[in-house]
Write a protein that binds this ligand. Structure first.
Ligand code: PRP
Ligand code: URA
Length: 367
């Protein structure tokens, strides 16, 4: 286990005592981020940040912070996303902060905690595993909250992005599905392939957690997906054509279904079916539909998902028209739209130009 230590001048002596003990233990690799004496005052946030960044970034497994009380260190460390610092002053809270809260940093008071007691606290804290069962869901809620707060503070909640794709493989395949001579079977395969390729970009921000693995050669630090819950929601019927391509890469996603068709006269969406995962409010939601034309269907689908409690919603389309992007963003400004291609405009019948014609008919051979 890699343990990183840091203190200010007030926590220096306790840090040295703990370091001496840990250094003598096998299986623990200690790094000391200072400070190196008790006389020269230093600012605890500087040390807390370095230690917290190292742990949250996966370069150490655990962090130990020491200041006069441990309080300032824990407050500062907890500003780093991915740092879960517990200010502890007794053995029982040390155990519970690991077992129930999955803390990865321990903050102790050099002036408030007896040194022998502090050593016992550190021992218990390092030895206690996280009790995954009922506490995992609560811990994930903290991670979710952290992520949402970060997005809100960055102003992202009011400015959903339009992300288009420049990758040559995607461009090549989009060219093939536009071609009116492409047979139904090939068209269907291409739609799944493009949807799968788009997943790489769409999932770029998925959170990871640091894990230890044993390779045939040695032990190593590695990364594992932090178990984010996802839902893929196709708009029937054409959205179905994208689902398997996405599930190949994220097989644990739940699939909901929304049935909408466009009234050919009014071009307004008509709802005929809706079945969503029960825990939709906890999931990252990808509404999928190959065509974003007037945007009526997509905006109505997002309305529906929000009414059922969905909060983190993105729209994934193969071909979008500017009119559709405008409508979705005016009704749902926070929603990211991922479109493999952004086309020119709509014709008088509400079809995308140049587009690919009627996606449902081309997928299911119904024309
Ligand atoms: C198509 C497409 C979208 C909608 C887009 O579905 O799959 O759902 O049109 O148009 P809009 O942006 O103007 O709402 P359609 O209504 O043809 O139904 P289908 O999938 O059952 O063929
Ligand atoms: N629906 C389609 O399938 N294609 C379009 O171009 C517009 C709406």
């Amino acid at each position: 286990m890699r343990v990183v230590l840091g203190s200010d001048h007030a926590g220096f002596e306790l840090k040295e005592k703990v370091k001496e003990t840990l250094t003598s233990m096998k299986d623990i690799v200690v790094s000391d981020y200072g400070t190196d004496n008790a006389e020269t005052p230093v600012d605890y946030p500087d040390i807390a940040r370095e230690v917290a960044m190292t742990v949250a970034g996966g370069k150490a497994d655990k962090g130990l912070l020491f200041c006069g009380t441990g309080i300032g260190m824990s407050i500062a460390a907890n500003k780093v996303p991915g740092a879960y610092a517990a200010h502890v002053c007794c053995e029982e809270t040390a155990r519970l902060s690991r077992a129930h809260n999955n803390s990865n940093i321990l903050a102790l008071g050099g002036r408030t905690t007896d040194h022998e007691k502090a050593l016992e606290i550190v021992r218990i804290w390092l030895e206690t595993p996280f009790e995954w069962d009922r506490h995992l869901n609560r811990f994930r809620k903290i991670q979710l909250f952290e992520e949402e707060t970060g997005r809100a503070l960055a102003g992202k909640d009011s400015t959903g992005r339009l992300v288009t794709f420049e990758h040559p493989l995607i461009k090549h395949k989009i060219g093939m599905i536009r071609d009116e001579t492409t047979p139904v079977k090939v068209f269907r395969e291409l739609v799944q392939e493009i949807a799968g390729l788009m997943v790489y970009e769409i999932t770029r921000d998925l959170p990871l957690e640091s894990v230890r693995v044993k390779t045939p050669i040695t032990e190593a630090q590695a990364w594992s997906l932090a178990g984010k819950k996802m839902a893929v929601i196709p708009i029937l019927r054409a959205g179905l054509g994208m689902v398997d391509g996405i599930l190949q890469l994220i097989p644990n996603a739940k699939v909901g279904h929304i049935g909408l068709y466009r009234d050919p006269e009014t071009l307004e969406p008509v709802e005929y079916y809706c079945k969503l995962p029960g825990d939709i409010e906890e999931r990252d939601i990808y509404i999928v539909d190959p065509m974003l034309a007037t945007g009526g269907s997509a905006a109505a689908a997002i309305d529906l998902v929000k009414r059922r409690g969905g909060r983190r919603i993105a729209l994934v389309s193969l071909i979008a028209a500017p009119e559709g992007v405008e409508k979705v963003h005016s009704r749902h400004p926070e929603v990211d739209i991922f479109a493999a291609a952004l086309d020119s405009h709509l014709n008088d019948h509400g079809y995308i130009v140049p587009g690919l014609g009627d996606a449902g008919d081309r997928l299911f051979g119904t024309k």
